[in-house]
Design a protein around this ligand. Structure first.
Ligand SMILES: C[S@@+](CC[C@H](N)C(=O)[O-])C[C@H]1O[C@@H](n2cnc3c(N)ncnc32)[C@H](O)[C@@H]1O
Length: 301
Protein backbone atom coordinates (compact mmCIF):
# COMPACT_ATOMS: atom_id res chain seq x y z
CA UNK A 1 0.00 0.00 0.00
CA UNK A 2 1.42 3.38 -1.03
CA UNK A 3 1.19 6.28 1.40
CA UNK A 4 -1.09 9.05 0.10
CA UNK A 5 0.61 12.39 0.80
CA UNK A 6 -1.56 14.62 2.97
CA UNK A 7 -2.26 18.29 2.15
CA UNK A 8 -0.02 17.90 -0.88
CA UNK A 9 -1.08 20.94 -2.89
CA UNK A 10 -1.29 23.16 0.19
CA UNK A 11 2.19 22.13 1.32
CA UNK A 12 3.74 22.60 -2.10
CA UNK A 13 2.10 26.04 -2.44
CA UNK A 14 3.32 27.00 1.03
CA UNK A 15 6.92 26.11 0.23
CA UNK A 16 6.89 28.52 -2.77
CA UNK A 17 9.09 26.24 -4.83
CA UNK A 18 11.20 27.66 -7.63
CA UNK A 19 13.47 26.14 -10.24
CA UNK A 20 16.65 25.29 -8.40
CA UNK A 21 15.24 25.40 -4.84
CA UNK A 22 17.00 23.22 -2.25
CA UNK A 23 14.46 21.55 0.01
CA UNK A 24 14.80 19.27 3.04
CA UNK A 25 12.13 16.60 3.46
CA UNK A 26 12.67 15.54 7.09
CA UNK A 27 10.14 12.69 6.81
CA UNK A 28 10.62 11.19 3.36
CA UNK A 29 8.23 8.24 3.90
CA UNK A 30 7.14 6.90 0.51
CA UNK A 31 8.45 10.05 -1.19
CA UNK A 32 5.05 11.46 -2.16
CA UNK A 33 5.76 15.07 -1.15
CA UNK A 34 9.31 14.85 -2.48
CA UNK A 35 8.12 13.63 -5.87
CA UNK A 36 6.04 16.82 -6.23
CA UNK A 37 8.90 18.98 -4.92
CA UNK A 38 11.28 17.50 -7.51
CA UNK A 39 8.83 18.23 -10.32
CA UNK A 40 8.50 21.87 -9.32
CA UNK A 41 12.21 22.51 -8.83
CA UNK A 42 13.50 21.17 -12.15
CA UNK A 43 16.11 21.14 -13.55
CA UNK A 44 18.59 21.50 -10.73
CA UNK A 45 16.64 21.80 -7.45
CA UNK A 46 17.75 19.26 -4.87
CA UNK A 47 16.08 17.43 -2.00
CA UNK A 48 17.78 16.23 1.14
CA UNK A 49 15.47 13.35 2.07
CA UNK A 50 15.66 12.05 5.63
CA UNK A 51 13.90 9.09 7.23
CA UNK A 52 14.73 7.08 10.33
CA UNK A 53 13.22 3.92 8.87
CA UNK A 54 15.54 1.99 6.50
CA UNK A 55 12.53 0.39 4.81
CA UNK A 56 10.95 3.79 4.11
CA UNK A 57 14.21 4.98 2.63
CA UNK A 58 14.53 1.90 0.40
CA UNK A 59 10.98 2.34 -0.90
CA UNK A 60 11.48 6.06 -1.52
CA UNK A 61 14.71 5.36 -3.42
CA UNK A 62 12.85 2.95 -5.68
CA UNK A 63 9.92 5.31 -6.18
CA UNK A 64 12.10 8.33 -6.95
CA UNK A 65 14.71 6.49 -9.04
CA UNK A 66 14.21 8.59 -12.17
CA UNK A 67 15.21 11.75 -10.28
CA UNK A 68 17.59 10.07 -7.83
CA UNK A 69 20.56 12.22 -8.82
CA UNK A 70 18.76 15.23 -7.35
CA UNK A 71 18.05 13.52 -4.03
CA UNK A 72 20.41 12.88 -1.13
CA UNK A 73 18.99 10.02 0.95
CA UNK A 74 19.88 9.98 4.65
CA UNK A 75 18.79 7.39 7.20
CA UNK A 76 18.71 9.39 10.41
CA UNK A 77 16.46 10.86 13.02
CA UNK A 78 15.62 14.42 11.96
CA UNK A 79 16.30 15.60 15.49
CA UNK A 80 19.90 15.74 14.20
CA UNK A 81 18.92 18.09 11.38
CA UNK A 82 21.71 20.64 11.79
CA UNK A 83 24.40 17.95 11.89
CA UNK A 84 22.97 16.18 8.82
CA UNK A 85 22.86 19.42 6.83
CA UNK A 86 26.41 20.30 7.77
CA UNK A 87 27.73 16.80 6.97
CA UNK A 88 25.98 16.80 3.59
CA UNK A 89 27.03 20.44 2.94
CA UNK A 90 23.45 21.09 1.84
CA UNK A 91 23.09 24.85 1.29
CA UNK A 92 21.36 27.17 0.86
CA UNK A 93 18.25 25.67 2.46
CA UNK A 94 15.21 27.22 0.75
CA UNK A 95 12.53 25.10 2.38
CA UNK A 96 11.96 22.42 4.98
CA UNK A 97 9.06 19.98 5.33
CA UNK A 98 8.14 17.90 8.38
CA UNK A 99 5.20 15.54 7.76
CA UNK A 100 5.04 13.98 11.19
CA UNK A 101 4.17 10.48 12.35
CA UNK A 102 3.83 7.21 10.48
CA UNK A 103 3.35 6.24 6.86
CA UNK A 104 0.63 3.84 5.69
CA UNK A 105 2.98 0.93 4.85
CA UNK A 106 4.62 1.21 8.29
CA UNK A 107 1.22 1.00 9.88
CA UNK A 108 -0.25 -1.72 7.71
CA UNK A 109 2.58 -3.90 6.48
CA UNK A 110 5.77 -3.77 8.51
CA UNK A 111 4.60 -5.94 11.38
CA UNK A 112 5.94 -3.65 14.06
CA UNK A 113 2.76 -3.48 16.11
CA UNK A 114 1.71 0.08 15.24
CA UNK A 115 -1.91 -0.90 14.69
CA UNK A 116 -4.31 -2.50 17.17
CA UNK A 117 -6.14 -3.88 14.14
CA UNK A 118 -3.30 -6.23 13.24
CA UNK A 119 -3.42 -9.17 15.66
CA UNK A 120 -0.38 -10.96 17.09
CA UNK A 121 2.26 -8.54 15.83
CA UNK A 122 5.27 -7.96 18.07
CA UNK A 123 4.85 -4.71 20.02
CA UNK A 124 7.83 -2.80 18.67
CA UNK A 125 6.54 0.56 17.32
CA UNK A 126 9.99 2.06 16.62
CA UNK A 127 10.39 3.96 13.35
CA UNK A 128 14.05 2.97 13.38
CA UNK A 129 13.96 -0.66 14.43
CA UNK A 130 17.74 -1.10 14.62
CA UNK A 131 18.49 1.63 17.11
CA UNK A 132 18.88 1.27 20.86
CA UNK A 133 15.51 2.81 21.78
CA UNK A 134 13.15 0.65 23.79
CA UNK A 135 10.47 -1.30 21.96
CA UNK A 136 6.89 -0.70 23.09
CA UNK A 137 6.85 -4.09 24.87
CA UNK A 138 10.02 -3.10 26.79
CA UNK A 139 8.58 0.30 27.65
CA UNK A 140 5.47 -1.38 29.06
CA UNK A 141 7.56 -3.80 31.10
CA UNK A 142 10.04 -1.21 32.42
CA UNK A 143 7.68 1.69 33.22
CA UNK A 144 5.91 2.09 36.53
CA UNK A 145 2.15 2.29 36.78
CA UNK A 146 2.42 6.08 37.25
CA UNK A 147 4.64 6.46 34.18
CA UNK A 148 2.24 4.44 32.04
CA UNK A 149 -0.73 6.42 33.28
CA UNK A 150 1.11 9.63 32.35
CA UNK A 151 1.90 8.31 28.85
CA UNK A 152 -1.70 7.30 28.16
CA UNK A 153 -3.13 10.52 29.58
CA UNK A 154 -0.74 13.03 28.00
CA UNK A 155 -0.09 11.42 24.61
CA UNK A 156 -3.42 9.66 24.20
CA UNK A 157 -5.86 11.77 26.22
CA UNK A 158 -7.12 8.35 27.32
CA UNK A 159 -9.82 8.70 29.98
CA UNK A 160 -9.17 5.28 31.53
CA UNK A 161 -5.40 5.86 31.74
CA UNK A 162 -5.15 4.85 35.35
CA UNK A 163 -7.27 1.71 35.05
CA UNK A 164 -5.36 0.58 31.95
CA UNK A 165 -1.97 1.23 33.59
CA UNK A 166 -3.06 -0.81 36.63
CA UNK A 167 -4.27 -3.68 34.43
CA UNK A 168 -1.01 -3.72 32.43
CA UNK A 169 1.10 -3.91 35.55
CA UNK A 170 -1.12 -6.66 36.99
CA UNK A 171 -0.76 -8.78 33.84
CA UNK A 172 1.91 -11.25 34.82
CA UNK A 173 2.36 -13.13 31.55
CA UNK A 174 4.18 -10.18 29.92
CA UNK A 175 2.78 -8.16 27.02
CA UNK A 176 4.59 -9.04 23.84
CA UNK A 177 2.17 -8.60 21.02
CA UNK A 178 -0.66 -6.38 19.84
CA UNK A 179 -3.37 -8.86 20.82
CA UNK A 180 -2.13 -9.04 24.44
CA UNK A 181 -2.45 -5.27 24.78
CA UNK A 182 -5.77 -5.00 22.93
CA UNK A 183 -7.30 -7.70 25.15
CA UNK A 184 -6.21 -5.91 28.33
CA UNK A 185 -7.69 -2.59 27.15
CA UNK A 186 -10.93 -4.29 26.08
CA UNK A 187 -11.26 -5.99 29.47
CA UNK A 188 -10.80 -2.65 31.27
CA UNK A 189 -13.49 -1.02 29.13
CA UNK A 190 -15.92 -3.93 29.51
CA UNK A 191 -15.58 -3.75 33.28
CA UNK A 192 -15.97 0.04 33.37
CA UNK A 193 -18.95 0.09 31.01
CA UNK A 194 -20.45 -3.04 32.61
CA UNK A 195 -20.91 -4.71 29.26
CA UNK A 196 -20.00 -8.05 27.77
CA UNK A 197 -19.78 -6.73 24.21
CA UNK A 198 -16.64 -8.04 22.56
CA UNK A 199 -15.67 -4.50 21.47
CA UNK A 200 -17.37 -1.76 23.48
CA UNK A 201 -16.88 1.10 20.99
CA UNK A 202 -16.44 4.51 22.60
CA UNK A 203 -17.74 7.47 20.58
CA UNK A 204 -17.04 5.62 17.34
CA UNK A 205 -13.51 4.70 18.42
CA UNK A 206 -12.08 1.29 19.22
CA UNK A 207 -11.05 1.42 22.91
CA UNK A 208 -7.41 0.58 22.06
CA UNK A 209 -6.98 3.51 19.61
CA UNK A 210 -5.63 6.06 22.08
CA UNK A 211 -3.45 3.63 24.01
CA UNK A 212 -1.67 2.55 20.82
CA UNK A 213 -1.24 6.17 19.70
CA UNK A 214 0.18 7.16 23.09
CA UNK A 215 2.64 4.28 23.19
CA UNK A 216 3.93 5.05 19.69
CA UNK A 217 4.51 8.68 20.62
CA UNK A 218 6.35 7.66 23.80
CA UNK A 219 8.46 4.97 22.13
CA UNK A 220 9.74 7.41 19.49
CA UNK A 221 9.81 10.44 21.83
CA UNK A 222 7.87 12.23 19.10
CA UNK A 223 7.14 15.42 21.04
CA UNK A 224 10.77 15.68 22.20
CA UNK A 225 12.02 15.27 18.63
CA UNK A 226 9.84 18.14 17.36
CA UNK A 227 10.91 20.32 20.26
CA UNK A 228 14.56 19.77 19.46
CA UNK A 229 14.25 19.89 15.65
CA UNK A 230 12.21 23.12 15.21
CA UNK A 231 14.95 25.54 16.38
CA UNK A 232 17.50 23.79 14.16
CA UNK A 233 15.17 24.14 11.17
CA UNK A 234 14.79 27.88 11.73
CA UNK A 235 18.54 28.26 12.19
CA UNK A 236 19.50 26.54 8.93
CA UNK A 237 16.84 28.16 6.71
CA UNK A 238 18.15 30.74 4.24
CA UNK A 239 16.48 34.20 4.21
CA UNK A 240 13.14 33.88 2.40
CA UNK A 241 13.08 30.14 3.12
CA UNK A 242 9.98 28.46 4.53
CA UNK A 243 9.33 25.77 7.10
CA UNK A 244 6.13 23.72 6.73
CA UNK A 245 5.01 21.31 9.46
CA UNK A 246 2.11 18.88 9.13
CA UNK A 247 0.98 17.43 12.46
CA UNK A 248 -1.74 14.92 13.33
CA UNK A 249 -2.08 15.26 17.09
CA UNK A 250 -3.30 18.25 19.08
CA UNK A 251 -0.26 18.04 21.38
CA UNK A 252 2.10 18.12 18.41
CA UNK A 253 0.27 21.02 16.82
CA UNK A 254 0.42 22.92 20.13
CA UNK A 255 4.22 22.55 20.25
CA UNK A 256 4.54 23.88 16.69
CA UNK A 257 2.10 26.75 17.26
CA UNK A 258 3.74 27.89 20.50
CA UNK A 259 7.22 27.63 19.08
CA UNK A 260 6.30 29.71 16.01
CA UNK A 261 4.65 32.32 18.25
CA UNK A 262 7.73 32.51 20.47
CA UNK A 263 10.00 33.52 17.59
CA UNK A 264 11.28 37.04 17.07
CA UNK A 265 8.96 38.79 14.59
CA UNK A 266 11.95 40.56 13.02
CA UNK A 267 13.40 37.21 11.94
CA UNK A 268 10.27 35.18 11.25
CA UNK A 269 6.92 35.81 9.59
CA UNK A 270 4.06 33.47 10.45
CA UNK A 271 2.33 32.58 7.17
CA UNK A 272 -0.53 30.54 8.65
CA UNK A 273 -2.31 32.55 11.35
CA UNK A 274 -4.62 29.55 11.61
CA UNK A 275 -3.50 26.06 10.56
CA UNK A 276 -4.43 24.86 7.09
CA UNK A 277 -6.66 21.77 7.20
CA UNK A 278 -7.79 19.29 4.58
CA UNK A 279 -10.59 20.12 2.17
CA UNK A 280 -13.84 18.22 2.56
CA UNK A 281 -12.95 16.22 -0.50
CA UNK A 282 -9.51 15.17 0.82
CA UNK A 283 -10.94 14.33 4.25
CA UNK A 284 -13.52 12.14 2.56
CA UNK A 285 -10.95 10.31 0.46
CA UNK A 286 -8.22 9.95 3.10
CA UNK A 287 -9.18 9.43 6.76
CA UNK A 288 -5.65 10.31 7.87
CA UNK A 289 -6.09 13.82 6.42
CA UNK A 290 -8.95 14.56 8.81
CA UNK A 291 -6.66 15.33 11.74
CA UNK A 292 -3.89 17.01 9.70
CA UNK A 293 -2.85 20.59 10.47
CA UNK A 294 -0.31 22.49 8.39
CA UNK A 295 1.59 25.44 9.88
CA UNK A 296 4.11 27.51 7.95
CA UNK A 297 6.67 30.19 8.78
CA UNK A 298 9.07 32.19 6.62
CA UNK A 299 12.52 33.29 7.65
CA UNK A 300 13.04 36.99 7.01
CA UNK A 301 16.79 37.12 7.50
C1 LIG B 1 3.80 10.73 7.44
S1 LIG B 1 5.16 9.80 6.87
C2 LIG B 1 5.78 10.83 5.57
C3 LIG B 1 5.10 10.57 4.27
C4 LIG B 1 5.69 11.34 3.11
N1 LIG B 1 5.53 12.76 3.26
C5 LIG B 1 5.07 10.88 1.81
O1 LIG B 1 4.42 11.68 1.14
O2 LIG B 1 5.24 9.70 1.44
C6 LIG B 1 6.34 10.07 8.12
C7 LIG B 1 7.69 9.41 7.91
O3 LIG B 1 8.58 10.02 8.84
C8 LIG B 1 9.42 9.07 9.42
N2 LIG B 1 9.77 9.57 10.73
C9 LIG B 1 8.98 9.72 11.82
N3 LIG B 1 9.68 10.26 12.83
C10 LIG B 1 10.94 10.46 12.37
C11 LIG B 1 12.12 11.00 12.94
N4 LIG B 1 12.14 11.46 14.19
N5 LIG B 1 13.23 11.06 12.17
C12 LIG B 1 13.22 10.62 10.89
N6 LIG B 1 12.12 10.10 10.30
C13 LIG B 1 11.00 10.01 11.03
C14 LIG B 1 8.62 7.79 9.45
O4 LIG B 1 9.50 6.70 9.42
C15 LIG B 1 7.77 7.92 8.18
O5 LIG B 1 8.38 7.25 7.11
Amino acid sequence: MKHVPVLLRETIDALQLKHGSNIIDCTLGDGGHTEAILKLTIPNGRVLGIDADPESLARAKQFLYSEAERVIFVRENFEHLAKIVSEEKFAPVNGILMDLGWSSPQFEERKRGFSFQNPDEPLDMRYAPHNDMKKASELLADSTEEELEHIFRIYGEERLSKEIAVAIKAYEQGINNTSDLVNIVLAVYRKKLKTDKEVPWVGGLHPATKVFQALRIAVNDEFGVIDRALPQAIEILAPGGRLAVISFHSGEDRIVKHYFKSLDKKTIRIITKKPIVASEQEAKENTRARSAKLRVVEKIY
